[in-house]
Write a protein that binds this ligand. Structure first.
Ligand code: IMP
Length: 436
């Protein structure tokens, strides 16, 4: 049986830990979108490790890892990520497969993004400025550079053509601003051609063959549903399909291969960058969550905006992905608060709003309706059995389940693998649906 793990909020839900935890039950971990805007944090023997492009399954020696065609790749950053793995003794050759049709992020993409963000001024998206959006623009403009071209050496003529096009479009100032970096980019591609040639393959063929042979695949989402380019809080989104709908096209497999979908949600909400966030807290509670939850970006180090758990948005994400269950993380960050709040509705101009108006201009105008729940003073950090949670924490979880209509199947009670409480036996959660 194959399982997807997707983010149900604005990213940073703790998917890295969850994928690393579940990977032991799978043969393959396959990522289907995004690039090094993601930062998946994994603790390995007590040591923190952050992967950006590479699937979090890489830390399990028996697991094969796929970077799908739906991804965009910063080749230099990928080489650095691989070097960091090698430095801690993680073997990757023969275990990491990069799609020949994943697109390459170029220095011009980063340059364009900085200009675009600066041009937007106070309306900027607050992107990671890693060139993600412009790389997808070139993909859909049908002029992108492919990882397959890097691997087979045919990148030189394409890179020349792209540079010529950019200089004509943006004028000679581009040469002075980026000429040296463009030259360096080509040396990076030369290095990658030699170093990655064997790892770049037609991953969709490879994956379909393994699926047919019965391999179990864990599909790894990056970012979160509310950042999905189609289904998130547009235009304050990333440029890829983060929700479960992206799996099929981002890997080149039929949606029929995705048997179960689990969504990861934090026990409160965070958001990095701009965009509407109805339950955002600007007071000392928000600051408390940020400090206690170490809510600073794994990729950019930016402080994350923090707020109460928004059940309206969570239900929207659960329904959009039709999740089989919720994986809840960082409940312990709420420990010690005398009162916790859950957003159970929105109003607009004093009138109740139906569902979740996800479009940014509408969502920015809603007022949250809260339910107050008693907090708990006992620590939930590191709890491994649901029955060891304080009753108030269990009531909070039950309310999440009731509102969303989805069971909480797993609680991550700390960053390490063993700091986990299964609400249902793992075999039951990860078991196949009976085939019709
Ligand atoms: P981009 O993906 O760099 O284009 O950024 C677009 C928006 O998505 C910005 O608000 C980013 O902060 C946000 N974003 C992108 N990747 C992540 C992530 O992995 N976690 C949280 N937010 C992200």
């Amino acid at each position: 049986m194959n399982v997807a793990v997707v983010g149900l909020q604005w990213g940073d839900e703790g998917k890295g830990k969850v994928v690393d935890l579940l990977a032991e039950h799978f043969d393959i971990v396959a990522r289907y979108q995004g690039g090094h805007n993601a930062g998946h944090t994994v603790y390995r023997d007590g040591q923190k490790f952050v992967v950006h492009h590479i699937p979090a399954g890489i830390f399990h020696p028996h697991v094969q890892n796929v970077m799908g065609n739906g991804m965009v790749v910063d080749v230099e950053a990928l080489l650095e990520e691989i070097a960091a793995l090698e430095a801690v003794g993680v073997a990757w050759r023969g275990r990491l497969w990069v799609s020949d049709r994943a697109h390459v992020i170029t220095p011009v993409h980063r340059w364009l993004e900085t200009r675009e963000e600066d041009f937007r001024g106070c309306h900027s998206i607050g992107t990671t400025r890693r060139g993600i959006g412009p790389a997808y623009e070139d993909k859909y403009g049908r002029r992108g550079l492919l990882m397959g071209q890097v691997a087979d050496g045919s990148w030189r003529s394409q890179v020349e053509w792209l540079w010529d096009r950019y200089v004509r479009l943006f004028g000679p100032s581009l040469s002075s601003a980026l000429g040296a970096e463009w030259d360096r980019f080509q040396t990076v591609l030369e290095r990658a051609e030699a170093y990655l040639a064997d790892a770049v393959i037609q991953t969709d063929l490879w994956l379909r063959e393994r699926l047919r042979q019965g391999a179990r695949v864990l599909f790894e989402g990056a970012q979160g549903t509310l950042l999905d380019v189609d289904h998130g809080t547009y235009p304050f989104v990333t440029s890829s399909h983060c929700s479960a709908g992206g799996i099929s096209s981002g890997l080149g497999i039929s949606p029929r291969w995705v048997h179960r979908v689990f969504g990861v949600a934090k026990a409160y909400c965070t958001r990095v960058g701009a965009g509407p966030f109805p339950t955002e807290l600007h007071d000392e509670v928000g600051q408390y969550l940020r400090e206690r939850g170490a809510e600073y970006g794994a990729t950019t180090g930016r402080p994350r905006r923090c707020g109460w758990l928004d059940l309206v948005a969570l239900k929207y994400a659960c329904d959009l992905n039709d999740v089989d269950g919720i994986i809840l993380t960082k409940l312990d960050i709420l420990d010690g608060l005398p009162r916790v709040r859950l957003c159970v509705g929105y109003t607009l101009n004093g009138q109740p709003v139906e569902g979740c108006p996800v479009r940014a201009d509408r969502l920015a105008r809603v007022e949250p309706v809260y339910e107050d729940w008693p907090g708990w003073s006992a620590s939930t950090y590191g709890v491994t059995r649901p029955e060891d949670l304080p009753e108030a924490a269990r009531a909070y979880i039950r309310r999440i389940e009731e509102y969303t209509g989805r069971p909480v199947v797993l609680l991550s009670s700390g960053p390490q693998r063993h700091e986990t409480a299964w609400f249902r036996p793992p075999d039951e959660v990860l078991q196949p649906h009976p085939r019709p």
